[in-house]
Design a protein around this ligand. Structure first.
Ligand code: HEM
Ligand code: HEM
Length: 134
């Protein structure tokens, strides 16, 4: 049973990483002066909270999986752990800055950069996570 469960976090987290990259892709596309910019903006607004939820689930599920299912690994003892927590923090900051009132221009301007960092982090976590598979 454990041999199957151990793939639960990686399976969910791959979807989360694809979600982050998709959300970032449509977010950045929404800024370009193209006919599909408005649709991209709507897609970004719709999918960003879902990607955030998946990332938080992955960040909680990863350590749980290490503690319960992986006798060969120590919890917190990997770069993947810190990168995973970092993405969860960045996506949460992305959410916070997206809701800032327009008056707080500096916070709003930071949003796409925080998002870009989340995207890079998700790709990095994926590469590191593949090396940790049983
Ligand atoms: C949103 C992206 C991700 C987050 C937030 C995340 C988070 C974490 C965390 C915090 C741990 C615990 C590590 C430790 O205590 O040393 C972990 C473990 C692990 N992660 Fe991820 N991770 C993500 C993506 C991935 C991906 C894409 C893969 C695989 C392709 C993956 C594979 C693993 C594996 C194999 C473990 C060990 C536990 C197990 O075998 O289930 N992770 N992850
Ligand atoms: C993958 C990471 C992300 C990237 C690369 C990204 C990028 C962007 C960009 C470029 C914009 C347009 C800003 C402008 O026009 O100046 C935007 C807007 C927005 N983002 Fe994000 N973002 C990310 C994550 C998030 C998250 C996690 C949330 C919330 C959960 C979010 C919510 C929003 C909202 C509500 C808007 C405004 C859309 C509108 O005006 O209708 N974004 N984002």
């Amino acid at each position: 049973m454990n041999e199957v469960l151990v793939y639960g976090h990686p399976a969910l987290a791959i979807v989360a990483c694809v979600g982050v990259v998709w959300v970032g892709f449509v977010g950045l596309r929404s800024r370009r002066k193209r006919p599909d910019a408005a649709a991209s903006r709507i897609a970004h607004r719709a999918w960003a909270p879902r990607a955030w939820a998946l990332v938080v689930l992955a960040a909680v599920g990863g350590p749980v999986s290490v503690v319960l299912l992986r006798e060969d690994l120590e919890v917190t003892d990997s770069v993947h752990f810190w990168v995973g927590l970092g993405i969860a923090g960045l996506m949460t900051a992305g959410w916070a800055t997206s809701r800032s009132p327009r008056a707080k221009a500096a916070l709003w301007a930071a949003h796409p950069w925080i998002g870009m960092a989340s995207m890079l982090g998700a790709i990095f976590a994926l590469m590191l996570g593949l090396e940790m598979l049983p």
